[in-house]
Design a protein around this ligand. Structure first.
Ligand SMILES: Nc1ncnc2c1ncn2[C@@H]1O[C@H](COP(=O)(O)OP(=O)(O)OP(=O)(O)O)[C@@H](O)[C@H]1O
Length: 791
């Protein structure tokens, strides 16, 4: 037996022993779970038998309450145990199939011999509970595995730095308890294993990359110091993967103080949310909160306006070039994304502090109780040094006092008597019973009748004033829509209040007209939504969320400077991890070349910020990365992971009919080659619908993915470019790669984003015209030209 075989046999023996221990634990836990379950059933069944129920007097009631509480606590304690056992069982069942994926032999300075440390998705101790059979990949010592080749190596623990020597670094692939492959490796974690993982067909769910985390990705995962961590990474460099591993790491590292609901992931769309939703559970962790920025906006202001979403805005930017208002709108989109606009709003707030807040009259039964002018007058009599939200609270208190007086007066008004007549029986009864509890009430005397009427009147008045009271408490007497609109009422107004930090754009008058037009129709453009909400919050008092500790912002290149500033203010105690790729900026506000992470970084001190750049691309084959990196300026910096595949193809059809035939045939070929996820990517939703209609008869199971699509499933799909952001497919078909669709500079990044979604195969088509100018002659050399000419 040679060395490797001998090692293999020894390693398999160890795997068998560990699996045996895991099985023993599983059996124990299963028994325990059964016992707890039957105890829970018993407690539920006998709940009332074990509770001494006696309501005779206060002491008895207190005892009854205490005994109920005790039973309930017992039950919830059992439920907790049961839940924890179920989680543990889930992890053990995973470990049983593949107990670990790596090993390091590490000799700590001052120790005689090296320790063998085995890494898996969770820790496991031996029967004596003294030795670790498996170390969790997130344990401090495990970082050695990701960070060092054999040789001197150090790692940080909460107690300080440990120095030593890494003597062996070994990788395993263990399936169903059997070692399938085993190799010793250097600094990068096994190209072999990565080849194997990356060469697989994708499915509808993102996978955890725990066994093959790369050194630079580990820096992202284990970063604890920065308040702001910015990750600029090439397409497919593992930004999202690293972010999710990072959450799992943080939940482990801060177990006991950090819970999954204190971490929020902002995703680009609901479909992406579903795509990444299984990674944490796969690692044995609860999922974090997942949302989209748009969902948040809808939640906050969706009731007041017809709110435009980012994709509708983008569709406009991509398709409405002929609209006479296009230039004004695009100028507005860019300006309203900027910190200059945030500065203008600050100036506006200064102005509002002394004049200009618009109020709404409070109306009761069709008549003004306090009119808007009186409200404004009262507000501005209050000390101007008091912040606006505090002054509004004072106005609310003042109004509530007035309401009280008005209520008292109303009790003897005629309409109240009429409404008493209309009260239902139950209300009468309630009033009667409440009076009966009062001294000297018999319900028979004339006086009693008066008291009853009075009580009912109070009841009626209170009910009728309820909505008004609640409106006052919610500060519903300020007219926020009009306040925002006022900023655009006259172009000269903003000029008058602006200072040098606000730099108004040249076409400000046009922006004003367009914004007013929309607002007057009850529409809120996407570019106005965050600024409007910011203004609202500043006026009413910021509703911050202090419980969230980590914000993960994926596809961060598509956020505006304004949105970042808003998020920072919203989540003041949260650390931020922002991941993005400037080459994939596709939102309308970045079309002028602005954007980037500079604005985000300006919000934080330099010493609390770290930036990590990822240049290695894992998703696509070398051939695809080499081709796509020609589209962008700094493409040379992207380093493909060396995985071979076929060259991208360029197919020029002679017209629409041939295009659809050829695309249909390609899909059939890809399906028979075993590709499970195939996307026909179009530029816009309109183009996607055309493609879908044309293909749905020819290609049997094909789906059209639209904005509302909330789950990502395998199969053949037609999808608009911007929705494909962040996800990946085994094969991508670009429906129209001609200059008709992708030629403006602003479309370069969109084209790049689309093409970089492909893992194994990329096929570009056109039915007419020239190829997109982004496919340079040099890039064409890297393709297979199909169906005759391709130029
Ligand atoms: N260390 C790794 N080991 C195994 N697979 C990896 C690793 N890093 C990345 N990948 C794989 O590469 C692909 C791309 O990763 P991911 O989607 O996280 O990249 P991204 O940088 O967010 O991409 P994009 O910006 O293009 O959306 C995924 O299939 C992921 O599983």
């Amino acid at each position: 037996m040679n060395q490797t075989n001998q090692d293999w046999a020894l390693e398999q023996k160890r795997v068998d022993e560990v699996v045996a221990e895991i099985n023993r634990r599983i059996a124990l836990l299963e028994q325990e779970t059964l016992d707890t379950k039957s105890e829970m059933v018993d407690i539920r069944k006998n709940f009332w038998d074990d509770v001494t129920v006696n309501f005779e007097d206060a002491t008895e009631m207190a005892e009854t309450y205490a005994s109920m509480k005790q039973q309930a606590e017992l039950l919830s304690e059992r439920e907790r145990t049961h839940r924890q056992a179920a989680l543990q069982l889930r992890t053990l069942n995973k470990l049983q199939l593949s107990p670990y994926f790596g090993r390091i032999d590490y000799k700590e300075e001052g120790e005689q011999a090296a320790d063998a440390i085995y890494l898996g998705i969770a820790s496991l101790r031996d029967g004596s509970d003294e030795n670790y059979l498996i170390y969790d990949w997130r344990a401090p010592v495990s970082s050695l595995y990701y960070d060092y080749p054999p040789g001197p190596a150090r790692y940080e623990t909460p107690m300080g730095m440990i120095e030593g020597e890494l003597q062996l670094k070994r990788q395993y692939m263990i399936r169903d308890g059997a070692i399938v492959s085993l190799f010793d490796t250097g600094v990068t974690i096994g190209d072999e294993l990565l080849q194997e993982v990356l060469g697989k067909q994708s499915d509808a769910q993102m996978k955890s990359i725990v066994a093959t985390i790369q050194r630079e990705q580990n820096r992202i995962i284990r970063n604890e110091r920065s308040r702001l961590l910015v990750v600029q990474g090439a397409a497919g460099s593992g930004k999202t993967s690293a972010a999710l591993q990072r959450v799992a790491y943080l939940l482990y590292r801060y177990r006991g103080t950090l819970t999954a609901d204190q971490v929020v992931l902002f995703s680009p769309n609901p479909m992406f949310n579903s795509y990444v939703a299984t990674v944490l559970p796969e690692l044995g962790e609860d999922n974090m909160q997942q949302t989209t920025f748009q969902d948040y906006l809808v939640y906050r202001i969706g009731k007041a306006f017809k709110l435009e979403g980012p994709y509708e805005q983008l569709e406009y930017a991509l398709t409405a070039g002929d609209d006479p208002e296009y230039a004004a709108r695009m100028g507005g989109i860019r300006y309203k994304a900027s910190m200059s606009y945030a500065a203008l709003i600050e100036r506006y707030l200064v102005h509002l502090s002394t004049q200009g807040l618009v109020f709404r009259s409070l109306v009761f039964r069709g008549e003004p109780m306090v009119d808007a002018e009186a409200l404004a007058a009262y507000f501005y009599t209050l000390d101007h040094a008091i912040p606006i939200p505090n002054r509004l609270r004072l106005v609310a208190d003042w109004l509530l006092e007035q309401l009280k007086e008005r209520e008292q007066a109303a009790c003897s008004e005629a309409w109240v008597e009429n409404e008493i007549e209309l009260l239902d029986k139950e209300t009468y009864l309630k009033a009667f019973q409440s009076l009966k509890r009062q001294k000297g009430f018999s319900g028979k005397s004339f006086d009693d009748y008066e008291r009853e009427q009075m009580l009912l009147a109070k009841y009626v008045v209170k009910e009728r004033f309820k909505p008004l009271r609640s409106r006052i408490k919610k500060l519903g007497f300020i007219d926020l829509k009009s306040i925002y609109r006022q900023l655009f009422a006259e172009p000269a107004f903003a000029r008058a209040i602006a200072d040098e930090s606000c730099s108004l754009p040249q076409n400000w008058p046009d922006i004003c007209t367009a914004t007013r037009g929309r607002l007057d129709c009850g529409d809120m453009a996407y570019e106005d939504a965050t600024p409007f909400l910011y203004l609202v919050e500043r006026i009413r008092g910021f509703q911050t969320n202090t419980s969230v500790r980590h914000l993960i912002i994926d596809e961060a290149q598509d956020y505006t400077a304004f949105q970042f500033a808003f998020l920072k203010r919203m989540f003041p105690r949260s650390k931020v991890t922002a991941l993005g790729d400037l080459n994939q900026s596709i939102n309308a506000h970045t079309s002028g070349g602005s954007g980037g992470f500079a604005a985000l970084k300006e919000l934080y001190e330099q010493e609390e910020t770290e930036t990590i750049v990822l240049t290695r691309s894992y998703r696509s084959t070398r051939q695809i990365v080499e081709f796509t990196s020609r589209f962008i300026d700094d493409g040379n910096a992207i380093e493909p992971f060396n995985r071979d595949g076929i060259k991208p193809t360029l197919t020029a059809a002679s017209g629409e009919a041939e295009l659809h035939r050829l695309v249909g045939e390609r899909i059939e070929e890809l399906l028979s080659a075993g590709h499970g996820t195939i996307a026909v990517i179009c530029k816009t939703i309109a183009e996607s619908r055309i493609a879908y209609e044309a293909l749905k008869g020819a290609v049997p199971p094909i789906r059209l993915l639209e904005q509302e699509t909330s789950s990502f499933e395998p199969g053949v799909v037609v999808i608009p470019s911007y929705l494909s952001k962040g996800v990946e497919f085994d094969a991508v078909i670009v429906y129209d790669g001609s200059s008709r669709q992708y030629s403006r500079e602003s479309e370069r990044r969109l084209f790049y984003t689309v093409c970089t979604r492909a893992m194994h195969e990329l096929h570009l088509y056109k039915a007419a015209g020239e190829w997109s100018p982004f496919i340079t002659d040099e890039a064409k050399q890297l393709c297979l030209l199909e169906s005759g000419e391709a130029g």
